[in-house]
Design a protein around this ligand. Structure first.
Ligand SMILES: NC(=O)c1ccc[n+]([C@@H]2O[C@H](COP(=O)([O-])OP(=O)(O)OC[C@H]3O[C@@H](n4cnc5c(N)ncnc54)[C@H](OP(=O)(O)O)[C@@H]3O)[C@@H](O)[C@H]2O)c1
Length: 327
């Protein structure tokens, strides 16, 4: 059965909210014996996610573009292991997956937290737009290559963003061949993250593999590094004194929704939906009068449309030459 895109508990909600932390949503859960993989698990909310999962007993694999940086970030954190992975490079994705498959282990949780936001126009691989390639195609290829190592009953979490409100999939120009806009490119990539979870959940359901997408909230992390400093105040990120505003969650709260998505028994038997603030989000109202994306809540219809999800899956399989699941 399809999971309704509405708050859980017949609308009463999960009992958690915007300020809940990753540690709080894990209270009472024992992840001993569980194997997790967290892309980007050495920075920002990914690092907080790694810490929270380890503290609950899980072992966490952290594939990293910058191996030494990851090893430094995780020094002293037990039950983690670092390997190399550049999501913008399909050869690197294939090589990492090959090394992991060779270990014969199975993943119980896979959280795709790695991402890049609003970077200057960058081309990777055969000329692909870098945000779509890194945030979506890299994770698409990773999950497909790892599919034999994803355990029955596992959860796959696709970290999207409220930024998906910026743009649907641009079917006629996915790679911005006709004029680049860094925010539209981020928006498209984050819409792709949601559509990926929608279709993966459909394909994985028979094996009990369920997928969720989410907006973690706004958190002051390295993700903001490509946004020029003079835009920060205009975006409501800094107050008059130059300090971060209340718009931001703490990293501990920023990691909570993806940790809740990956582990909560409240989501057993569900999947293919978009979450925010540790609950299933409501559909976004298209005429709510909110003009700025940073104030938007909920999920846009184009991001959870099953037909667009299937179309994106086919396009991604074609581009990456990888499709272990639908064949
Ligand atoms: N922070 C927010 O306010 C916010 C809001 C909405 C959604 N999100 C989403 O949350 C996720 C995590 O963001 P964050 O705030 O934790 O940012 P972050 O601190 O910048 O972490 C992003 C991680 O992704 C990794 N990464 C980037 N490009 C990669 C590549 N080609 N291959 C492998 N790894 C790569 C980065 O590695 P390096 O450090 O080596 O570059 C880093 O570890 C992102 O998907 C983002 O879109 C964040």
């Amino acid at each position: 059965m399809t999971t309704p895109q509405h708050k859980i508990g017949s609308g009463s909600g999960s009992g958690f909210g915007a300020t809940s932390t990753a540690a709080e949503v894990l209270t009472g859960l024992d992840l001993t014996g569980k194997l997790a993989l967290v892309t980007g698990g050495y920075s920002g909310i990914g690092l907080e996610t790694t810490h929270a999962l380890v503290n609950a007993g899980a072992h966490v694999v952290v594939p990293a573009r910058r191996r030494t940086t990851a090893e430094e970030a995780l020094a002293g954190t037990t039950n983690t292991e670092v390997d190399e992975l550049d999501l913008a490079d399909l050869d690197s994705v294939r090589a990492f997956a090959g090394r992991f498959l060779a270990t014969g282990r199975h993943l119980d949780l896979l959280i795709g937290s790695a991402g890049v936001m609003a970077c200057p126009e960058t081309r990777v691989g055969p000329g692909w737009e870098a945000q779509f390639a890194t945030n979506h195609l890299g994770h698409f290829a990773l999950v497909n290559h790892l599919w034999p190592a994803i355990a029955d009953g596992a959860r796959v979490i696709s970290v999207s963003s409220r930024g998906h409100h910026f743009s649907p999939i641009r079917w006629d120009d996915v790679h911005f061949g006709h004029g680049y806009d860094r925010w539209l490119a981020y928006g498209q990539a984050k819409t792709a993250n949601v559509l990926f979870a929608v279709h993966l959940d459909r394909l994985g359901r028979d094996r009990g593999v369920r997928a969720f997408a989410l907006h973690p909230g706004s958190i002051m992390t390295n993700l903001l590094r490509h946004v020029p400093r003079d835009e920060w105040r205009g975006n409501g990120w800094l107050d008059e004194q130059g300090n971060p505003t209340a718009y931001f969650k703490t990293p501990e709260a920023g990691a909570a929704t993806q940790v809740w998505a990956a582990t909560s028994p409240q989501l057993d038997g569900m999947g293919g939906v978009y979450l925010e603030d540790c609950d299933i989000a409501e559909p976004a109202s298209e005429d709510d009068g909110v003009t700025e994306v940073r104030h938007r809540v909920g999920v846009r219809a184009y991001a959870i449309d099953p037909e667009q999800a299937a179309r994106l899956w086919a396009l991604s399989a074609d581009l990456t030459g990888t499709d272990a699941i639908s064949r």
